[in-house]
Ligand binder design. Structure first.
Ligand code: SF4
Length: 357
């Protein structure tokens, strides 16, 4: 493991960051900005939790409009707990990482039923909730309750790795990043400090071409002094993702509706609607048409490709008309393909099926 450099950064750096945040905080729909906060406004823990779950693996630009829709439909945790899971999964369509949507509902039910609709106000209590890991517990504890919880997201990793020239590759570097943050994290305004670091990483300490001239902590930054900013954070070499293949079947009826079925609760895209089809494997065995929903005149109309966290997927897309007398099963539905709220990979498959209408 690379040797750890001695820290030369004084804790007073937190004051410089907070002052910078007071003048430069991003205006985000889920955020209570520093001015409003000084005026006594407090963030709604439900809104903070919802935004943090939505922002995992998803950009601010994508989340912002979708967050507004969620909040308008379910303005508090009790409203979300009372909603059918299917409504939440439908509203989530296209955002990916669907386990988040199922956990969102589970967590809302637990908060509503076991905590009288009030979120726990500390990291430990938050971490006990479904779908709330170390990061989310720390972020909600800091931002919603001003607890001194050390928050480490991708932006913060980058800023700290550069400030201290951390040579250990991520993800192993997380422990060292946390140690360094412990040294400078203030006792007061913990939530603002977390958001200051996030904003600095998003707007100034960018992955490429960081704007060090605008940075409030450049005097203390080891990477800036050495001109090595873009070397950090050091990342472990990624393993190549395997390729998987499969086939899906777009069956249409006389009204132009398409047959969708709900995927099993457990597993990838669990509980979401999709086109019927085969399993997704590196090699398919047997006849793919055994997985078709009906005996129809299937015609291959195209392919849908998608990259998941752990593999690349290529689906052969077949289209066909429902034969006379076809009866769908209980977990299948006829839906206008334009209106179907399905995950992105299935949207692509529907598009590939329709190109040859
Ligand atoms: Fe990032 Fe540059 Fe600031 Fe260092 S000086 S933290 S590299 S923006």
């Amino acid at each position: 493991m690379p040797a750890k450099k001695k820290s030369t950064i004084p804790p007073s750096i937190s004051g410089a960051l907070l002052r910078w945040y007071d003048a430069n905080a991003r205006d985000l729909p889920w955020r209570v900005g520093p001015k409003a906060r000084k005026g006594g406004e407090r963030p709604d823990p439900y809104a903070v939790w919802l935004s943090e779950i939505m922002l995992q693996q998803t950009t601010v630009a994508t989340v912002a409009p979708r967050y507004a829709e969620f909040l308008a439909r379910w303005p508090d945790v009790n409203a979300m707990a009372a909603a059918p899971l299917d409504d939440i999964l439908g509203q989530w369509a296209g955002l990916g990482y669907y386990a988040r949507a199922r956990n969102l509902h589970k967590c809302a039910v637990v908060v509503a039923q076991d905590h009288d609709g009030v979120f726990p106000d500390n990291e430990e209590g938050l971490r006990a909730l479904p779908g709330v890991g170390d990061y989310t517990a720390a972020a909600v504890a800091a931002i919603a309750f001003d607890r001194r919880a050390i928050v480490i997201d991708g932006n913060i990793e980058r800023v700290v790795s550069r400030l201290y020239e951390i040579e250990t590759p991520l993800p192993a570097a997380k422990a060292e990043i946390k140690e360094r943050l412990e040294e400078i994290w203030p006792k007061k305004r913990s939530g603002d400090f977390a958001q200051a670091l996030m904003d600095l990483g998003a707007g100034v300490c960018r992955p490429k071409a960081p704007m060090c001239l605008l940075c409030p902590v450049s005097e203390n930054c080891a990477a800036q002094k050495e001109g090595t900013q873009e070397k950090y954070p050091v990342k472990a070499a990624k393993k190549a993702k395997p390729n998987r293949i499969g086939a899906v079947f777009a069956l249409t009826n006389a009204k132009g509706e398409m047959l969708f079925e709900r995927r099993p609760e457990k597993g990838l895209l669990g509980g979401m609607l999709g086109l019927p089809g085969t399993e997704w494997k590196e090699k398919l065995s047997g006849d793919v048409f055994d997985s078709a929903p009906a005996k129809a005149k299937w015609k291959k109309t195209g392919e849908a490709t998608h990259t998941f966290t752990h593999f690349h997927l290529t689906l052969d897309v077949y289209a066909g008309a429902a034969p006379k007398g076809f009866r769908k099963s209980v977990d299948q539905q006829w839906i206008d393909p334009e209106a179907a709220r399905v995950p992105t990979v299935m949207k692509k498959a529907v598009g590939a099926a329709k190109t040859n209408d």
